[in-house]
Structures are given as C-alpha cells and as structure tokens.
Design a protein around this ligand. Structure first.
Ligand SMILES: NC(=O)c1ccc[n+]([C@@H]2O[C@H](COP(=O)([O-])OP(=O)(O)OC[C@H]3O[C@@H](n4cnc5c(N)ncnc54)[C@H](O)[C@@H]3O)[C@@H](O)[C@H]2O)c1
Length: 254
C-alpha cells in the first residue's frame, strides 16, 4: 500500500458511514488528513469516526442528506468551522438501483436515485468548490460506477445517475482546472460494502455469480477502491483531469 501525505489537509467524504466511503475516510485520516465523515446514517458515521480515532486519526461526523442542497451546504460550513477550510472531497453517497425495468419503475424510485446520486454530486461540488478555491485549490473525486460506463437492465435510475456523474465530472474538471482544482471520477466494479452485502444477503452462491462477471474472478474489497480515490486526490495524479477511472477487475472491458 502506497503512503500518501495529506498532512494538515482537510477532506470531506460523503457516504462515509460504511463501504467505500468509510474506507476512503480511514485511508485519508491515516495519511494525515482531518476528515469530515458525512452520511445520512449518523450512528454509523460516528462509528467510522471511532475507527479513525482508534487508528490515531482526527475526524468528525456530520449528518447530511446529499439530495438536499441546504443540507450539503451545511456540511461544508461545518467542515470549514471545524477544521478551518476544505482541500479535498469525495462525493460518494449512493443507494441501490431500482430493481425494475423502465416501464415498471415507480416515478419516486427514479427521482430518488437521481436526487441522491446525481443531484447529490452536483450539490457536493457546488458547495465544496468555493471552499476549496478559498484554499487556493485541491481535488475532488466523485463516485460513479461501472454502471456509469455501460447499461444494466433493471437499474435505469442508477445507470442514468452514474452516467450523469461522469458528464458532470468532466464539465466541472474543465471549469475549475485552471483555478487549481483537479476533478475526477471513479467507476468501481462490485466491491464489498453494506449495499452489496444487503443485495447478496450473505449468499456465497450469489457472490460467486457476481465474482464470475469480473474477469479478475472476484469482487473487490472496499479498500481497493479507496486506494484509487487516494491516488486521484493526491499529487501523484497531478496530470489526471476529468478521468472516469474504472476500478473494476476488468468488468467493463468484456
Ligand atoms: N460497492 C459496489 O459494488 C459499488 C460499485 C460501484 C459503485 N458504487 C458506489 O459507491 C458508493 C458507495 O457505496 P458502497 O458500495 O460503499 O455502499 P454503502 O451502502 O456502504 O455506502 C453508501 C452510503 O451512502 C449513504 N447514503 C445514502 N443515501 C444518502 C443520502 N441521501 N445522503 C447522505 N448519505 C447517503 C448510506 O447511508 C451509506 O452509508 C455509492 O455511490 C455506490 O453507488 C458501489
């Protein structure tokens, strides 16, 4: 594992109560960042903070609903009040896909998917960018998905939101790179998380079926996705701008 240096920097991670967001928050804190652990689920966000404190890191939890602009603004305001500014953000909160084809998808299921996973990333960047600019620059990573690059039957709301995240990321990257903010997206394949555990319901058979879809022959640990996020946020990726990086064991190249 590469050691990154985020000493003295401040980061906010949404969806950090579990899975990929928790793994990113822990890795950022281990690399020296002060981390705001933001999630709808405050109890589990506090749990992430305890894990970080146990590792000797500095973090604070805040409840956010990324689907609400005012709530996301309050998250950024909290970060600036608590730690004096903002340098990095990982906009990562997400929910499971519809589980229904388009003609059968209730409007509210469509709307919630778009609100959390597309508007959530928009509100994130909208409120984070001024704070990052005030520090003279930084970096943002948005979580898209393999489903941001290819279609998946029964997941139209998820697929549309995740494709949208890539378009929004590319546009934001062009708008802000000259002001010192590098903005990229990651496109994970299936990674072990609460969402995926709920979906597979502890069935080894289900996991084997999903693993077989990935040319690498297994699903990822959340930490393997966090590793890519850390790299994209770090100076090691200094010439990477507006990328949609697959971290998917080969899923989307088959
Ligand atoms: N795990 C995978 O296989 C996989 C693959 C591709 C993309 N992703 C994406 O990775 C991201 C993280 O998911 P994960 O797999 O770690 O699952 P997870 O369920 O562990 O994490 C998602 C987090 O988002 C939070 N959240 C949901 N709605 C929210 C809202 N409105 N406001 C704030 N927080 C909210 C949840 O409480 C949860 O803690 C998601 O965007 C997901 O779509 C995951």
């Amino acid at each position: 594992m590469i050691h990154y240096d985020f000493d003295g920097k401040v980061a906010v991670v949404t969806g950090a109560a579990g899975g990929i967001g928790r793994a990113t928050a822990r890795r950022l804190a281990a690399a020296g960042a002060r981390v705001v652990v933001a999630d709808l689920d405050l109890d589990q966000a506090e749990e992430t903070v305890k894990l970080i404190a146990g590792d000797g890191g500095d973090a604070a939890a805040v409840r956010v609903d990324v689907a609400e602009s005012a709530s996301v603004k309050a998250m950024v305001d909290f970060t600036v009040r608590r730690y004096g500014g903002l340098d990095y953000a990982h906009n990562n909160a997400g929910i499971v896909g519809a589980g229904a084809n388009i003609a059968d998808m209730p409007d509210e299921v469509w709307e919630r998917g778009i609100a959390v996973m597309l508007s959530g990333v928009f509100y994130g960047m909208k409120h984070e960018i001024p704070a990052i600019l005030a520090r003279g620059g930084g970096a943002i990573v948005n979580t898209s998905s393999g489903a941001g690059l290819i279609g998946f039957p029964g997941m139209g709301n998820y697929v549309a939101a995740k494709h949208g995240v890539i378009g929004l990321t590319r546009t934001a990257a062009l708008e802000y790179i000259t002001q010192g903010i590098r903005i990229n997206a990651i496109c994970p394949g299936t990674a072990r998380s609460r969402m995926v555990d709920d979906w597979m319901r502890g069935s080894a058979e289900a996991e084997a079926q999903v693993a077989a879809l990935h040319p690498i022959g297994r699903i990822a640990e959340a930490d393997e996705i966090a590793e890519a996020v850390l790299w994209l946020l770090s100076g090691a990726a200094s010439f990477v701008v507006g990328a949609a990086l697959p971290v998917d064991g080969g899923y989307t190249i088959t």
